[in-house]
Design a protein around this ligand. Structure first.
Ligand code: ZN
Length: 682
């Protein structure tokens, strides 16, 4: 096993497949023996330690009058921690929290802080939320950075909670900031006043959403540029916008609505890879069950399931503790440590990986943000499934459960606003793209998608995809020229009691003649050359039993496919993904995935045998190796995560595999690779 102490250059920690432990320190933790903390972190298998610097409370003796010093600290905790970490060969990543400050700053400059329309400050336990546009963030934060980074040889920095918040830790809603700086900046940028309420009934709200995004990204860029001026070798973690590496967070909240979503990590990892494919990324696994109970740990099985999804989709390892390594609830620690130490021994297999997936699931920030603008109601099946909501997750599940390796494709990438390939290149590596309920499309985005289909891509869309513009306003005509139908579109609002009729030659559902249909259903005129399958059986009586037979049929199709150039567009005029998320009916899943796979070459890997597993394929460009992950979800039952039972008898086939052997990284065994079968699988 590689020993972390062999890493003498701690500055390059973030270019490696790192293993990070985040300690969010409490005031008394400054008294903990820093040498012991560094040793425990290194023995745990980590390569980097995240340690408080300052912002709200400095963990070093600051001379800046408005930054409070940790009142329980004796001496210089940060100085000791940097020295101890480096002595153990660990990188030290400093944590700044500029999102709040104490009374020291608030009393001197209340105008730097968030105030709502009633003039109240957003105060929580004696700390005050800073306004993104105020000078705590825009000026004083830079003085704190100058002081701390001028004194301490840290290897990276992490900034907590960059941006706007309208809730406190207790979940109390506060309203938007209406400070003078926000009013002025918004007026300057958009020519009118701030919205009075935070929803689309206020015409200024759509602009305000953009305002939040633009100003937060601008601040992040300003911090990034400043950091690299004063400390060029110090890496900054981030999310959207400027950063050296991406760092996100997975956690649960006990009041989050059911059903449980066990794929938070896989979602974040796919997003990060799509946003900045060349960057290292991690998503720290919060050890606690909820903010209010920061000292009750998750199970080791939950952490390792999260981390397995991350490794399987291009992220590295990251654990988030409240306090130091010596936790009151230590139960998960041994299991996570085992994973960290295993990873240390195989980390070369995790360098420079790219995805081998051939299917992309479209992730639309625009639809997420503006999709509700057009929807009047909040009825769950009609309105609540935009963008990355339940419909998106329904398709995520269908692809995962059918073991089809897939990536995310971001609308921001297609528009050239990410750090990966933009425009056509963002789509070029995929055989098929799935766009579940992506209502908001920009003209530019639609043109790229049309061109990609024209060049041979298979695009599957559902419902009202592309019927709204980039800001959620209804278009006169759909955005996609490659759509297999043309307007006008009519919608049947309530399909309760409806079905689709399906025949065996249409769908691999040999024992079903009907498939349940709920939600909305659209009809439109077919364009020349369009092919259809399945037909609508409109809502029928469902009681009393004597009357439960249809007296109305329809020839409205359940799927429409049409060639466009060298490619195809498949339109589902309903939203099976929303139903699948809610009902988990395998017939829906079959329809959702068969309408993709029937048009494209076979997947790069195939896994046969029973079990709840996720299959991913990654490629390592240098050595020309492929890395296949089989993530076992068998220990998860709703929000219970226990050790997964071992699966036996699974058969893995690899397409286009070179070489004679495969190595199992978990067991260390080498196995022979068989001859190719008729499908090209070995
Ligand atoms: Zn403000």
């Amino acid at each position: 096993m590689r020993d972390a102490t062999t890493r003498t250059d701690t500055k390059s920690w973030w270019k490696e497949p790192f293993r990070l432990v985040q300690t969010n320190l409490r005031q008394p933790d400054a008294l903990y023996d820093q040498r012991a903390l560094a040793r425990e972190t290194r023995e745990f298998g980590a390569t980097a330690l995240l340690y408080n610097i300052g912002g709200i409370f400095a963990f070093y003796p600051t001379e800046l009058e408005l930054q409070a010093v940790n009142p329980m600290m004796k001496g210089d905790a940060l100085g000791d921690a940097v020295e101890a970490a480096h002595a153990e060969g660990l990188a030290l990543v400093g944590r700044f929290d500029m999102s709040k400050a104490t009374r020291l700053a608030y009393d001197a400059h209340p105008e730097w802080f968030v105030h709502n329309a009633a003039g109240e400050a957003l105060e929580y336990n004696g700390t005050y939320q800073a306004c993104v546009n105020g000078d705590w963030y825009q000026d004083y934060a830079f003085r704190i950075m100058d002081e701390a980074l001028g004194r301490y040889d840290v290897d990276g920095v992490f900034f907590n909670m960059f941006g706007y918040t309208n809730f406190d830790y207790s979940g109390r809603y506060f309203g938007i900031c209406t400070c003078d700086r926000c009013r002025d900046r918004f007026k300057q940028m958009y020519g009118h006043a701030l919205p009075e309420v935070e929803n689309f009934t206020d015409p200024a709200y759509a602009d305000y959403l953009e305002f939040q995004d633009r100003t937060a990204l601008e601040l992040r860029a300003k911090v990034y540029d400043h950091l690299h001026k004063i400390a060029p070798k110090v890496a900054m973690t981030g999310h959207r916008g400027k950063s050296d590496l991406i760092r996100m967070e997975v956690q649960r909240a006990v009041h989050r609505p059911q059903p449980e979503w066990p794929h938070q990590s896989g979602e974040q990892a796919r997003w990060a890879r799509a946003y900045a494919p060349h960057k290292n990324a991690s998503s720290t696994s919060a050890n606690f069950v909820d903010f209010a109970w920061r000292f009750h740990a998750e199970t080791a099985a939950y952490h390792t399931l999260r981390m397995a999804q991350q490794l399987a989709n291009g992220m590295t390892l990251d654990l988030y503790l409240l306090g130091v390594m010596d936790q009151d609830d230590k139960r998960p620690m041994a299991g996570v440590q085992e994973l960290f130490q295993w990873h240390a021994g195989v980390e070369d297999a995790y360098r420079d990986l790219g995805s081998g997936a051939r299917v992309g699931l479209y992730h639309s920030l625009k639809t997420n943000r503006y999709g509700r603008r057009d929807a009047g109601g909040e009825d769950v099946i009609k309105a609540a499934f935009f963008g990355t909501g339940a419909g998106f997750r329904g398709y995520f599940r269908a692809l995962y459960e059918e073991r089809i390796p897939f990536d995310f494709v971001l609308d921001e990438a297609v528009e050239g606003r990410t750090e990966g390939p933009g425009g056509f290149e963002a789509l070029a590596g995929y055989d098929a793209i799935v766009m579940p309920g992506v209502t908001c499309l920009s003209d530019e985005e639609a043109a790229v998608l049309d061109a990609w289909v024209d060049q041979g891509g298979v695009l599957l869309i559902t419902g009202e995809t592309g019927q709204l513009d980039a800001r959620g306003l209804r278009r006169d005509a759909p955005a996609l020229a490659s759509l297999p139908v043309e307007g006008p579109f009519t919608v049947r609002e309530d399909m309760k009691g409806a079905y689709l009729r399906v025949s065996p030659d249409e769908m691999p559902l040999p024992d079903s003649r009907l498939v349940m249909l709920d939600g909305r259903f659209w009809e439109a005129k077919l364009r020349d050359g369009a092919e259809t399958c399945m037909t609508l059986l409109p809502p029928q009586r469902f009681g009393p039993p004597e009357l439960c037979f249809p007296d109305e049929e329809s020839d409205a199709p359940g799927a429409v496919t049409r060639a466009h150039g060298k490619g195809k567009v498949v339109w589902l005029p309903w939203m099976p993904e929303v139903q699948y998320y809610r009902d988990s009916l395998p017939s829906h899943r079959t329809i959702m995935t068969d309408l993709i796979t029937r048009h494209i070459p076979g997947a790069p890997a195939v896994l046969q045998g029973a079990g709840a597993v996720e299959l991913t394929v990654q490629h390592q460009a240098g050595p020309g190796k492929s890395l296949v992950h089989v993530v076992n979800y068998g220990g998860q039952r709703n929000n219970l995560y226990e050790e997964a039972p071992a699966l036996h008898g699974l058969r893995l086939g690899l397409r286009n595999a070179a070489g004679d052997t495969v190595t199992c990284l978990r067991s260390g065994k080498t196995l022979p690779l068989g001859a190719a079968d008729g499908d090209g699988l070995r």
